[in-house]
Design a protein around this ligand. Structure first.
Ligand code: DGP
Length: 113
């Protein structure tokens, strides 16, 4: 997708600090880390702008992203971690290319409800 930062990173047109790469998925360090470990895991292809566009057509790639997250968590010996995806500007999404934040290395305790 033209003008998509993450498509350019996936294509190597914008440099990134890569943590994992295969034919379909890339993981790289967030430029503005919110935790000591803050990786972004993306499908290389622009299959969806965000989670609201996940369908049976692209969900295998979503599963693949989570497999990569589990692999990285194991390799990095992460004791606890959080996977976050922001959908839409109201949720703070700034890059409309489906991606998952993998956060770890600080207290991530969250009280819901
Ligand atoms: P979100 O707000 O959920 O759309 O997350 C987008 C993240 O992408 C944000 O934490 C900052 C990061 N980011 C934006 N541009 C770049 C870039 O050029 N390189 C890297 N490594 N991260 C980027």
């Amino acid at each position: 997708m033209p003008d998509c930062i993450f498509c350019k990173i996936a294509a190597g047109e914008i440099p990134s600090n890569k943590a994992y790469e295969d034919d379909d998925v890339l993981a790289f360090h967030d430029v503005n880390p919110q935790a000591p470990v803050h990786l972004l895991i993306i499908p290389k292809a622009h299959v969806a702008a965000g989670a609201a566009e996940i369908t049976s057509e692209n969900s295998a790639l979503v599963g693949h992203c989570f497999e990569v997250a589990a692999k990285l968590a194991k390799e990095l010996h992460l004791e606890g971690f959080r996977i976050v995806t922001n959908n839409g500007a109201a949720a703070g999404q700034t890059v409309p290319h489906l991606h998952f934040h993998l956060l770890a290395g600080r207290d991530l305790t969250l009280h819901l409800g």
